[in-house]
Design a protein around this ligand. Structure first.
Ligand SMILES: NC(=O)c1ccc[n+]([C@@H]2O[C@H](COP(=O)([O-])OP(=O)(O)OC[C@H]3O[C@@H](n4cnc5c(N)ncnc54)[C@H](OP(=O)(O)O)[C@@H]3O)[C@@H](O)[C@H]2O)c1
Length: 327
């Protein structure tokens, strides 16, 4: 069975390719990055260089495919609306058009960022997502993408995986570790807010389960490691494995919030593409608890995390140490 995978050149994409290949699927790895495409070809993966804003590319790439996993996105907390709109909204619209015409099943990688807000949220269920959330353009575009899929007549499954981490991650964990080196990590509630994170391997696994599920269609599933943990506790796990000390800064939320809001307004007004030092979205993550309920995925997809947080942390640190020794 051949699967078209968008976002194949990204962090998650690499793991989805492995998950599919290890389970006897053929993959058409879709993306624009030729350098990564070349490494995929070297690993005997079919690479299609294409852009999801180009329908023609998608029609050609999906030839002989029986399903699509759509993981491509502009996945960042800051940027211009037109960029998010083109990739995340129009790109998804194009994928839906191709899937509808060719009668392909669609598995879409959305994001639990859409739940984000200035409040503690524990054990959030899939149907608790707000209809609108303008906290940032990424969130807004993911909600619009989900709505396009829901309005289609496709056989689809939407996965909302929380805070991916693993080898090859370039965002969450590396950024925190870098911050620790440079100035320290700001804490607002002594790092006691509860969060969920997910080993990237588990997310790839959940996508395969979604792909293979025949009993449930047109459903949405949260995916996490099922191990809610305090923010400072997860940092401590990393620092212990790295045999280093965490440096923490005690910040006052009520002083920082107006400053961050002001900065965001200025950056938006002048259409500055570069990310502000801190955004409201990140601030909320650092202050409020947010954990997700994954009962539905456990029950209907048969999902159960394969890798624990501790294993994921150990793998990550071991790999970084090896890389440090090489360089
Ligand atoms: N990382 C997380 O913590 C997290 C959490 C929840 C949900 N997600 C979702 O998971 C998915 C994968 O995230 P990731 O962390 O792997 O992101 P990533 O590393 O930034 O990868 C993004 C992927 O999207 C592709 N892409 C972007 N624009 C494209 C375009 N116009 N045409 C074709 N491909 C395009 C990129 O390929 P090229 O550059 O080669 O074109 C790349 O393969 C995304 O949908 C993201 O929203 C991520």
């Amino acid at each position: 069975m051949k699967i078209l995978l968008t976002g194949a050149t990204g962090f998650l994409g690499k793991y989805v390719i492995d998950e599919l290949k290890n389970n006897s699927y053929q993959v058409v790895a879709f993306g624009r990055n030729e350098k990564i495409g070349k490494t995929l070809i070297d690993e005997n993966v079919e690479f299609f260089k294409g852009d999801i804003d180009n329908l023609d590319d998608l029609y050609k790439a999906s030839q002989d495919c029986s399903a699509v996993i759509h993981a491509a996105a502009l996945s960042t907390v800051w940027g211009l609306w037109e960029d998010f709109y083109n990739v995340n909204v129009i790109g998804t619209k194009n994928i839906v058009q191709v899937c509808e015409e060719k009668k392909l099943k669609l598995v879409f990688v959305s994001s639990p960022s859409i739940y984000a807000g200035a409040k503690d949220q524990l054990d959030v269920k899939e149907d608790e997502a707000p209809k609108e959330n303008d906290l940032n353009y990424y969130i807004k575009s993911k909600i619009m993408a989900e709505n396009i899929i829901k309005a289609s007549n496709l056989d689809y499954i939407i996965i909302r995986p929380r805070g991916l981490f693993g080898i090859g991650d370039t965002s969450i964990i590396p950024r925190l570790l870098e911050l620790n080196k440079k100035m320290g990590i700001p804490l607002f509630v002594d790092g006691k807010q509860k969060i969920d994170i997910t080993c990237v391997e588990n997310v790839a696994y959940s996508l395969r389960l979604a792909l293979e599920n025949k009993e449930h269609s047109r459903e949405i599933y949260n995916i996490t490691n099922g191990e809610p943990i305090e923010f400072k506790e997860i940092l401590t796990l990393f620092f212990n494995e790295m045999e280093t000390e965490g440096k923490y800064l005690k910040w006052n939320y009520n002083l920082v919030l107006p400053l961050v809001s002001f900065l965001e307004k200025v950056y938006k007004l002048f259409r500055i593409k570069k990310e502000p030092p801190i955004t409201k979205y990140t601030l909320y993550l650092m202050k409020y608890s947010q954990t997700l309920n994954i009962d539905k995925a456990r029950k209907e997809l048969g999902y159960s995390p394969k890798m624990s947080i501790l294993e994921g942390v150990k793998n990550y640190v071991e790999h970084s140490k090896k890389n440090d020794r090489k360089s």
